[in-house]
Ligand binder design. Structure first.
Ligand SMILES: *Cc1c(COP(=O)(O)O)cnc(C)c1O
Length: 417
């Protein structure tokens, strides 16, 4: 009885949460179907208000002034770090580095590792599922240092081959950089297995959590990864915010990526001693309001809870797949064993871009193209796809409207032939 009541309460919660997002209350956005959440998510009132309140009532710089306004801003900013630490269950707030986003976090890490950890002849393993931002930085340092970059491929379902991965790990392997969830076909990678495999051989692991962190609970201690990255804007937070988790034992071994003020112990005319903490990676005045906003976004997600979020998003995903599969000529890209609410598909004979433009005219927001996943598209022999990706505010009405307009697009374009 109790559990049914809880379920109902959860369901009610999540159905109501759409009104927490002002964009859906704008009169022009009535019937807005926002299915581009893998690209970025909408923001709840709470996040927007937190940012406005900071600028209107409490604004000042952090880590500098000794007056109440500045002390208060510093406290809020460092509270955000602790909130994020707890959200991904890191051991210490000294393991949480603030960045502009996933892209900057991976670049920062690639630079730091290339500076004093990686050398000629080393090998880095990545997968064909990676977003360009988890490919290009590794290509750059591989070229610069003479490192071998090894790709693990997927089968046609979009699942990576764990046996191959295990064969590819050798004494030269220094790092495995792998996405938790594919941003174009929705594969949830078995990162627990990958990390265990890597740890047995003393290999570092970076998990790109850009697509997972808003949709399932993350526990970096349980995972035992060395690095975990995500972007604030994909978890209902502001743009220009991101997180790089670095396991504490690595923090002091890495040199900073950028240098300047607010990261140092002492500077003399002869040289500099950096701070011991993550502060050494964060020189300059940071995106203070952004991280307060991200902290508010995390509070918002915590209030709803991942049990409710996952149940709701799973139900929606299953329904979309069922409806698409009864839509005669549709080809869904990949069929991963474990999948998230990111679904890519094509309608034979219709270019994804044409479909995207027409759907857009009907207020349906989906992504079309190669989704910063060109190597994956080439591997799966696709020129691109139509991608739909869900978030907690999507509902069954969105699915009905989407399927209705998709049928309209198909009808319109096939009549023109
Ligand atoms: C979006 C995304 C990125 C890049 O994130 P930015 O916020 O654009 O820096 C990296 N990896 C994955 C899996 C993504 O989905």
């Amino acid at each position: 009885m109790l559990s049914t009541q809880n379920e109902i309460r959860n369901k009610v919660n999540i159905e109501n949460c759409r009104k927490d997002f002002p964009i859906f209350n704008v009169p022009d956005n009535e019937n807005l179907v926002y299915f581009d959440n893998a690209s970025t998510t909408q923001k709840p009132h709470k996040v927007i208000e937190t940012i406005t309140d900071f600028y209107c009532q409490n604004y000042s710089n952090i880590h500098r002034g000794l007056y109440p306004l500045s002390l208060n801003a510093t406290e809020q900013y460092e509270h955000a770090r602790i909130n994020i630490q707890q959200f991904i269950h890191a051991k210490s707030n000294n393991e949480i580095l603030f960045t502009k986003g996933t892209t900057e976090a991976i670049n920062l890490l690639a630079f730091c590792l290339s500076d004093n950890h990686l050398k000629k002849g080393d090998e880095i393993i990545i997968t064909i599922l990676e977003h360009h931002s988890n490919i290009v930085p590794w290509q750059v340092i591989a070229n610069k240092l003479g490192i071998k970059l090894v790709f693990i491929y997927t089968n046609s379902d979009g699942d990576i081959d764990l046996e191959k991965l295990s064969e590819y790990i050798n004494n030269s392997t220094k790092l495995i950089a792998i996405t938790h969830i594919s941003n174009s076909i929705g594969t949830i990678n078995p990162i627990e297995d990958v990390i265990q495999m890597a740890k047995r051989k003393n290999v570092l692991v970076l998990v790109d959590g850009a697509q997972s962190v808003g949709h399932m609970p993350i526990d970096v201690q349980k995972l035992n990864c060395d690095f975990f990255v995500f972007s604030g804007h994909k978890i209902y937070g502001p743009t220009g915010t991101g997180v790089l988790y670095i396991k504490e034992e690595h923090v002091e071994k890495l040199n900073p990526y950028q240098t300047g003020g607010n990261q140092i112990k002492t500077v003399t005319t002869h040289g500099t001693v950096y701070a011991d903490s993550t502060a050494k990676f964060e020189p300059g005045t940071p995106n203070i309001s952004g991280f307060l906003g991200l902290s508010a976004a995390i509070d918002y997600v915590n209030t709803i809870g991942f049990d409710a979020i996952m149940e709701h998003e799973n139900d929606l995903t299953k329904t979309i797949l069922k409806r698409l599969n009864t839509f005669p000529p549709i080809l869904i890209a990949g069929n991963p064993k474990n999948r998230s609410g990111i679904i890519s598909f094509n309608i034979p004979g219709i270019h994804p871009m044409d479909a995207g433009i027409l759907l857009g005219q009907k207020n349906i927001c989906v992504r079309t193209g190669v989704h910063c996943n060109e190597p994956l598209m080439t591997h799966l022999k696709l020129d691109g796809t139509i991608r739909l990706s869900i978030a907690l505010y999507n509902n069954y009405n969105d699915i009905d409207l989407f399927i209705e307009k998709l049928a309209w697009v198909q009808d319109l374009l096939s009549r023109q032939k």
